[in-house]
Design a protein around this ligand. Structure first.
Ligand SMILES: [Zn+2]
Ligand SMILES: [Zn+2]
Length: 602
């Protein structure tokens, strides 16, 4: 009898340990140990207490005491081991910041290129970088339109739109390129893609006479990742960078190319990837290096395999289309004109967008940009193909308030959405570019109206029979619910939107947000510095990483970031609250930020 109890008790304890340990230990490396294991640790140990309770109930004295000691010892031993490993693995320690002037942190491995001559492509990248800075400052993309993708074009124009509302200019000077390194190259069906790390210094200033309170800027040394795409089978490579002639017919390209980069004489699209490398994405260091998803080759392979026969399909091109669509939706919200997105969204999403536009009336943006778009999954249902994109973007809103300009967001906040695009499984090749205002059925021009019928051919413009359209845009929780209704539908991959964030640990979110709180009042006091340094040590961050991070915080260039899970969000918030008390008083600016951060906890 006694033995039976003993055996059962140990078995129960063992089973419980096996089941709960990964989660318990994962948290130990994150928020659990912050501040010496105080208030935040409580929830973590719940599982352990349960085991101890059962051991006490089921085992006779004194065996129960011995069993508890053994279980606790095992727990502590494995917890510590795992924690040490986790701390060393922090993704932030491996991110080149560019701020480290001895450049040790930015030396990256150059990779050999299969489809390009490295010197040739670097000369083009340098030219693109300098021309784009110039175009950005002058809000004029005519010189660069020919070699940038539609999605990249839309990124810039969305920025121009929000800056124009505030009558804001971004002046740039003292551009120095320190280094260009090709760091990745791979194939996606018919396309080749090259990623280059650009290490540069720029002095930039946001200036507005109307809203001078939002002026900001300074010198910034950084690493940015620029991705270029081209067809693999380009037989005779043309030059879009140092020539302004059509790569197909040789005539002069238009000086005023807008949302489509097309030759007036022969009608070819210069940025299709048929002729030369096209800039398809610009990614900030943190988003590039902390995104564990790009490395998930198996996911990419599965998606590419399904669309092997579609000559327009590559992951980069689809992400570009998704970026383009999402940015046009953001522009529609910014301009309070839902009709700007009418032609390429489903009827269901359109009515939702109308509501969002209404709630945005009278608001503008200090900051609004796309961090990253990732194609993560797809499926087919009832003769329709669906693709699922994780979207990360950053916004800082204000109320215009009769020219006064009141901040709604007291810091930039990074948001997560899941966008689903759909197209008929037997779709005919598109004749026009829906996203650039031409009918996908007859190529006739389309204006921005709420009428979805093409005035030339009568076809529904947002019909999924020719082009990928936006089916819906969800919050992550909403998408989880949608996905749970698809249990009998086979998904192409086993990836979820939140997998794109898997390299971030709770402490990474916390440390980032704490720096924003510390910088909120514009003063970075000695007490706050001491607190940040102590935290950095505890979290095992490298000194040079922290220095770069602090500098970004002081320049107000960091944005609030949040983990996916609700309890992780609450942990991050608790740490932020504690940090705000570092100097034993909470400033108004800190309180405002904390109050606002609370809204993101659910
Ligand atoms: Zn031409
Ligand atoms: Zn038409």
């Amino acid at each position: 009898m006694k033995n039976k109890h003993l055996f059962f008790g140990f078995l129960l304890a063992l089973v419980a340990l096996i089941f709960i340990s990964p989660e318990l230990f994962a948290r130990a490396g994150g928020g659990g140990d912050y501040g010496g294991g105080g208030g935040n640790g409580g929830g973590d140990s719940g599982g352990l207490f349960l085991i101890i309770y059962y051991i006490f109930m089921l085992l006779p004295f004194p065996i129960n005491i011995i069993a508890v000691v053994i279980v606790v010892a095992i727990f502590i031993y494995f917890g510590r081991k795992k924690k040490i490993k986790m701390n060393q693995k922090s993704v932030f320690n491996n991110i080149p910041t560019g701020n480290n002037q001895n450049a040790k942190g930015v030396q990256q491995k150059e990779i050999p290129l299969k489809y390009a001559n490295s010197g040739d492509i670097k000369a083009k990248i340098e030219h693109a970088f300098l021309q784009i800075q110039k175009g950005w400052q002058n809000q004029d993309l005519s010189k660069v339109r020919k070699f940038i993708s539609d999605g990249v074009y839309q990124r810039f124009t969305t920025q121009f739109t929000i800056m124009n509302i505030l009558e804001q200019k971004n002046v740039i000077y003292d551009i120095k390129i320190h280094n260009i390194t090709t760091v990745d190259s791979h194939e996606e069906n018919e396309y080749a893609i090259v990623d280059a790390a650009i290490h540069a210094t720029i002095v930039d200033e946001y200036k507005s006479a109307k809203y001078p309170q939002f002026n900001q800027g300074g010198s910034d040394t950084f690493v940015e990742y620029w991705s270029f795409i081209r067809k693999k089978n380009v037989t005779e490579a043309k030059d879009l960078y140092f020539s302004h002639n059509c790569p197909k017919c040789g005539n002069s390209l238009p000086e005023d190319a807008g949302e489509v980069s097309k030759c007036d004489s022969c009608g070819t699209l210069t940025n299709s990837g048929e002729y030369d490398w096209v800039l398809a994405e610009i990614t900030q260091t943190v988003d590039y290096n902390a995104n564990g998803f790009k490395k998930a080759d198996s996911v990419a392979k599965k998606l590419l395999e399904v669309y092997k026969k579609d000559p327009t399909f590559s992951i980069q091109m689809m992400e570009d289309k998704a970026s383009n669509a999402f940015l046009q939706i953001l522009t529609a919200r910014t301009k309070s004109k839902a009709e700007l997105a009418r032609r390429f969204v489903s009827d269901t999403y359109y009515s939702r967008l109308e509501t969002e536009v209404k709630s945005d009336t009278g608001k503008a943006y200090v900051r609004l940009y796309l961090n990253h778009v990732d194609l993560v999954n797809g499926y087919s249902k009832e003769q329709m193909d669906y693709l699922i994109f994780n979207i990360k973007y950053t916004k800082q809103q204000l109320k215009l308030d009769g020219g006064k300009g009141q901040l709604i967001d007291h810091a930039p906040f990074t948001m997560q959405k899941v966008m689903v695009m759909c197209r008929a499984s037997n779709a005919a090749p598109a004749k026009g570019q829906l996203y650039a205002h031409s009918c996908p059925n007859c190529a006739g021009p389309i204006s921005d109206t709420i009428d979805t019928k093409c005035s030339y051919c009568g076809e529904a413009l947002n019909s999924p029979n020719f082009e990928w359209i936006v089916d819906n845009v969800y919050d992550s929780n909403e998408y989880k619910e949608v996905k749970s209704t698809l249990t009998d539908i086979p998904m192409i991959t086993n990836a979820n939107p939140e997998d794109t964030e898997k390299l971030f640990k709770v402490r990474d979110y916390a440390f980032n947000n704490i720096l924003i709180i510390m910088a909120a009042d514009g003063v970075y006091s000695d007490e706050e510095k001491a607190h940040v340094n102590q935290l950095a040590k505890q979290f095992k961050y490298h000194e040079q990483q922290v220095a770069g991070w602090v500098q970004l915080a002081e320049q107000k260039k960091l944005s609030m970031i949040w983990p996916y899970e609700k309890e992780d969000k609450q942990k991050v918030y608790a740490m932020m609250e504690k940090a705000a008390m570092a100097d034993n008083q909470i400033q108004d600016s800190e309180r405002q930020l904390l109050e606002q951060a609370k809204q993101y906890l659910n």
